[in-house]
Ligand binder design. Structure first.
Ligand SMILES: C[S@@+](CC[C@H](N)C(=O)[O-])C[C@H]1O[C@@H](n2cnc3c(N)ncnc32)[C@H](O)[C@@H]1O
Length: 353
């Protein structure tokens, strides 16, 4: 499997579990471009890999970040009196029996997520600096170091925390391609030219003047510049409390972030999978950009929010569910769920015979 000479080890590390017989059944036929699956993403990814392996242009994973917290969903309602009320309910559990349990669960999901990728496809894993270094070594192992494509730093601004340290204001998005010998989907995006470039060159396209294979100087052409090719540090605002896209779901990612990924890494009509779909940012963006997408989540309330978001765009999502036999299957040691997983979140690993 691995072509990386470096291997991460931890207590209890085993090969990702082999999952046989995971199956999905239709709960509701809706728009085939937006499909939601309720249940544990490991079994769902294995089932998708069986039927649609090698077809996804993008798998985007935004797992819990190993925060050690139970995340809560906030619902705000305007009462008849005009006063806003606020209700909180548990959304998802991010408490683990240690880093080894977190990495074990992540590795198994990455293994099946990779199996979904088309030869031109990319996997993007969204993590934070607590775990990104481990995740990168795991991905190097799983894909091979040649498949590493980008480490995108998403830089945002938020209310400062009281800390005798630099403020933590970035996440890390690791992008790996499925096959280093196949040209991956990549549509060039641009960002505004730097003020210093505009001051020197204006807004027309620069052209390198090359001699002896080296750039000697630049000149400008008559064509207007589209901007500078987008770099790997992205400054995008978090979803503000008053933003129209805000759902109240914890850790909701901004549509602007997913719009960049989806526009750069897929073509219209391509298939995208998000195994930790949460409030459905990926599916909302995919629908807006004419891509089809599957989203998986074990929290029914997350899927309800995601459906509501799609309904606003005139889309009734299709629904699939894991077969009952898998839901009854015993918890596997090889895929621990968060330490405090509640009954509402069946993190079961169906190893069906
Ligand atoms: C960080 S949130 C995703 C947020 C999402 N990107 C958004 O913009 O709203 C992680 C989600 O993964 C779900 N989740 C965690 N572990 C899971 C598992 N094993 N199977 C399915 N869903 C899981 C949680 O319920 C939660 O909704």
């Amino acid at each position: 499997m691995s072509s990386s000479p470096i291997r991460l080890t931890w207590r209890t590390r085993e090969a990702p579990p082999e999952i046989c017989g995971a199956a999905l059944t239709t709960l509701r036929e809706g728009d085939p471009c937006a499909t939601l699956i309720e249940g544990d993403n490991l079994a769902a990814l294995a089932a998708l890999a069986d039927t649609r392996g090698g077809q996804a242009s993008l798998v985007y994973l935004d797992p819990p970040f190993f925060t050690g917290r139970q995340h809560r969903q906030v619902t705000r309602r305007r009462e008849a009196s005009g006063v806003f009320s606020r209700e909180e309910q548990p959304a998802f559990d991010d408490r683990w029996d240690g880093l080894h349990a977190y990495l074990t669960a992540l590795e198994a999901r990455l293994h099946y997520a990779r199996a979904l990728l088309a030869p031109h496809g990319s996997l993007v894993l969204h993590v934070d600096p607590k775990t990104s270094h481990y995740a990168k070594v795991l991905l190097d192992e799983l894909f091979g170091p040649d498949c590493f494509a980008s480490e995108i730093v998403w830089r945002y601004r938020r209310w400062p925390s009281k800390t005798q340290n630099f403020q933590r204001v970035h996440d890390v998005l690791l992008r790996y391609v499925r096959d280093p010998d196949v040209e991956p989907r990549f549509c060039q995006l641009y960002e505004p030219l730097a003020a210093s470039t505009r001051a020197t060159w204006g807004t027309r396209k620069q052209r390198a003047v090359v001699s002896d294979g080296r750039r000697q100087r630049s000149s400008v052409s008559d064509a207007e510049s589209p901007g500078a090719p987008l770099g790997d540090v992205w400054e995008i605002g978090i979803v503000a409390p008053v933003a129209r896209e805000r759902t109240g779901y914890p850790t909701q990612k901004p549509e602007a972030l997913l719009t960049r990924l989806v526009s750069a890494l897929t073509h219209p009509g391509d298939w995208i999978v998000d195994p930790y779909v949460g409030s459905g940012t990926t599916l909302a963006v995919a629908a807006a950009l004419g891509r089809s997408a599957h989203g998986i989540d074990q929290n029914p309330e997350a899927l309800r929010l995601c459906e509501a978001r799609l309904t606003k765009r005139g889309i009734t999502a299709s629904r699939l569910r894991l077969s009952t036999e898998q839901e009854r299957a015993p918890l596997s040691k090889a895929s621990p769920s968060p330490a405090g997983a509640s009954a509402k979140q069946p993190s079961k690993l169906p190893i069906a015979s």
